[in-house]
Design a protein around this ligand. Structure first.
Ligand SMILES: C[S@@+](CC[C@H](N)C(=O)[O-])C[C@H]1O[C@@H](n2cnc3c(N)ncnc32)[C@H](O)[C@@H]1O
Length: 256
């Protein structure tokens, strides 16, 4: 079977996928297969820095989370850590916060975590495809996605869908991995391409996903290109803030 053309559509393309549909199915199956160990692996492989990144992203949107009437959607929420960080940041304001993902197994873990949350608001969970959201347009004040957007099989379609569901003046925050430059970048690439796939495979017992991770980051547009794509999708203003020397970064978009 021919592989997806790397230039036709810019989006995730796991090995062996022949078109967007089979690529999306492969992504969904991959996350479903690692759902039981996802949280443990995340924290081990990122040395717990992931928690700092989620919290920092949530803090960035404090001005929206302060409004009790705000509606927030966390796309590709997986086991829900970004959604929980948003809830914690909102505190007593209690805006409506939803996490959406197309892997049932990931959402089950998110819901189990809600059930053991001792106090405060918890997100609502929606099983949905980020490329075809089951909601009317102009609904949300804020759409976030942490380490999920990169896995969409069509980035431009994903951005257009976010713009569609944001109300005018709404904001978007996409947190994802980057590729740091310089000596640190070289060191990091050794870790990301050699060490991480081996440790990931060892702990999860599944080979594919942790080889896919560095490949998907390599495929992801560089910040300048991503910002151009965001503006082409309909964001009036865009910005990128590197986190931890550019290992990750937050893309922000404002809908005019
Ligand atoms: C790397 S995980 C990120 C989970 C979480 N946001 C975090 O920060 O840990 C990526 C998630 O994106 C989801 N995903 C990928 N493509 C999707 C799509 N088209 N629609 C909905 N969810 C998708 C996967 O099922 C997976 O749970």
């Amino acid at each position: 079977m021919a592989e997806i053309s790397k230039s036709a559509v810019v989006g995730a393309a796991p090995d062996g996928a022949s078109d967007q549909h089979s690529a999306a199915r492969a992504v969904q199956e991959m996350f479903t297969s690692i759902a039981p160990r996802y949280d443990l692996l995340n924290h081990v492989l990122s040395l717990n820095v992931d928690r700092i990144w989620w919290r920092r992203t949530a803090r960035t949107f404090q001005h929206i989370l302060n409004h009790p009437g705000a509606r927030v959607l966390d796309l590709c929420c997986g086991t829900g850590d970004m959604s929980f960080a948003l809830c914690r940041q909102a505190g007593k304001s209690r805006p409506q916060i939803f996490g959406a993902d197309f892997s049932h197994a990931m959402l089950q873990r998110a819901a189990a975590k809600s059930a053991t949350t001792a106090e405060g608001p918890v997100p609502g969970w929606i099983e949905a495809d980020a490329l075809n959201l089951p909601c009317s347009g102009q609904h949300f004040d804020l759409v976030t996605s942490a380490f999920g957007f990169r896995n969409l099989t069509n980035y431009d379609a994903g951005l257009r869908e976010i713009v569609r569901v944001l109300r005018p003046g709404g904001e978007c925050g996409i947190l994802d991995f980057g590729e740091p430059s310089g000596a640190l970048g070289a060191l990091y690439r050794v870790y990301f391409k050699q060490v991480l796939p081996r440790v990931g495979t060892l702990i999860s017992g599944v080979r594919g996903p942790y080889a896919y991770l560095p490949a998907s980051v390599e495929r992801f547009p560089a910040p300048e290109e991503m910002l151009t794509r965001m503006r082409a999708a309909g964001f009036a203003e865009t910005a990128w803030t590197p986190y931890t020397f550019g290992i990750a970064g937050l893309y922000r978009g404002w809908k005019g």
